[in-house]
Design a protein around this ligand. Structure first.
Ligand code: ZN
Length: 426
């Protein structure tokens, strides 16, 4: 099908001309997505005329190997609808419980130690420390999320983490034995402000432990659908070592976390104090990054080409199916769906609608592509089921196949868009 021409209204944004972490100017754009809506900007039909689009390109920094989105959108626009409560998800609750146990076993003591968390969300991590009597302070800019913290043992500051906030914590509670952060570093534009804060609050022998979704997995597993404006930066150990080094910190351990493929936990400390020996895991991670070409601009160039190829393959299949008169729906209206649909040009001409389990999304349209979001019960009530369902939640295809076994049994088929296009029947 020929591309649909849309008049896209651009929202406010700033273009990055240097690396956020090292200031390097040798930036190689390896995917240019064009003008995209925000990944989570689901909308009502009457909001279509006001829908905003923002340019989005992916840059690899040759000097430090970080990857960043080349545009920064004002934070009040970017996180206007931030309703992500970590405590609502069982696997996350378990994850933070285990993380807290490890911190207590290795680095902090009840009553004595102070732990500061950058991006404390609804207190899902800190409440475990509070239960064990560990003093703690959480900092988070999301007002509606912080407001839900009721645990008297958790002190929450509703603000972005900064040097100023860090100094306030030191004045009121003293220096921290541990600074912790989970999955927040992708969402922060001014990482230097964060590091000035860490430097101000962290005690001489303190540890700085943070978790993030690792760039290596995004590249290796073809997860280009994890790239969106809200995910501003993507990290390797190599770029983190350079970045933390600017603040006199060294990484002394790297751990792969079972939560989901792609989660890495980094442990850092002040190089001058060096309270913990460097674990062999650090060198192993360095070697792995080198072996996988993650430090090499050519790898990213090749990645951009492979991503483009998946689009060509997927659209070839969808065009064929539509030419045969088949009906297709989308499965899972996540941020991943927004990226794949906008990148490939999958809209109402291809998909009758998109199903999603979250009631809050029903009746809304997918950003930029305007397919209606419906519950699965709608499919169950249909006399003639859709011939195909394009699964945007493709990393969970095995779960989806089990859950919707009836649909497959009745002749329905699933299309998986990544890491390579594949069709599954019963
Ligand atoms: Zn850089």
């Amino acid at each position: 099908m020929t591309p649909q021409t849309l008049t896209k209204k651009r929202g406010e944004f700033r273009t990055l001309t240097a690396c956020r972490l090292c200031g390097g100017k040798d930036l190689k754009t390896f995917i240019n997505f064009g003008d995209f809506p925000l990944a989570g900007a689901f909308l009502k039909p009457e909001q279509i005329p006001d829908e905003k689009f923002f340019p989005m390109g992916m840059q690899f920094c040759v000097s430090c190997t970080c990857v960043q989105v080349d545009t920064v959108i004002p934070l009040d626009v970017l996180f206007k609808n931030y309703f992500y409560f970590s405590s609502a998800i069982q696997t996350l609750r378990d994850h933070f419980g285990h993380f807290a146990e490890e911190m207590i076993a290795r680095f902090v003591k009840p009553k004595e130690s102070l732990v500061v968390e950058i991006g404390c969300n609804d207190g899902v991590f800190l409440r475990h420390l509070a239960a064990k009597g560990v003093r703690n302070v959480g900092v988070d800019p999301a007002t509606n999320v912080v407001a839900t913290i009721k645990d008297p043992g958790v002190i929450a500051i509703n603000d972005g983490f900064s040097e100023k906030v860090a100094r306030k914590i030191v004045a009121e509670h003293g220096k921290a034995d541990a600074v912790v952060s989970s999955f927040s570093f992708a969402h922060i534009d001014d990482m230097h402000e964060v590091m000035r804060g860490v430097d101000a609050v962290l005690g001489e022998k303190g540890v700085f432990v943070f978790e993030l979704y690792y760039l290596g997995v995004v590249i290796e597993e073809m997860q280009y659908d994890m790239m969106y404006h809200e995910h501003m930066s993507y990290y390797t150990l190599a770029c983190l070592e350079k970045f933390l080094g600017q603040y006199g910190l060294e990484v002394f351990e790297v751990k792969k976390i079972a939560l989901r493929s792609g989660t890495l936990r980094f442990y850092a400390q002040r190089k001058a104090a060096h309270p913990h020996p460097i674990s062999p895991s650090v060198q192993a991670q360095r070697d792995e990054e080198k072996a996988k070409g993650l430090l090499d601009a050519k790898t990213y160039e090749g990645y951009g080409e492979r991503v483009h190829k998946t689009k060509v393959e997927l659209m070839k299949l969808l065009d064929q199916l539509k030419a045969q008169g088949k009906s297709i729906i989308g499965y899972g209206a996540s941020g991943r769906a927004t990226i794949i649909m906008n990148y490939c040009g999958i809209d109402k001409r291809y998909l009758d609608f998109v199903v999603d389990d979250a009631p809050a999304k029903h009746g809304f349209l997918t950003p930029g592509t305007h397919c209606e979001i419906k519950p699965w019960t709608y499919v169950e009530a249909m006399a003639k089921k859709p011939d195909y369902a394009l699964v945007f939640a493709w990393p969970f295809i095995e779960e989806v196949k089990k859950r919707r076994a009836d649909y497959l049994k009745n002749g329905g088929q699933f299309i998986v868009p990544l890491p390579a296009v594949k069709v599954f029947g019963a």
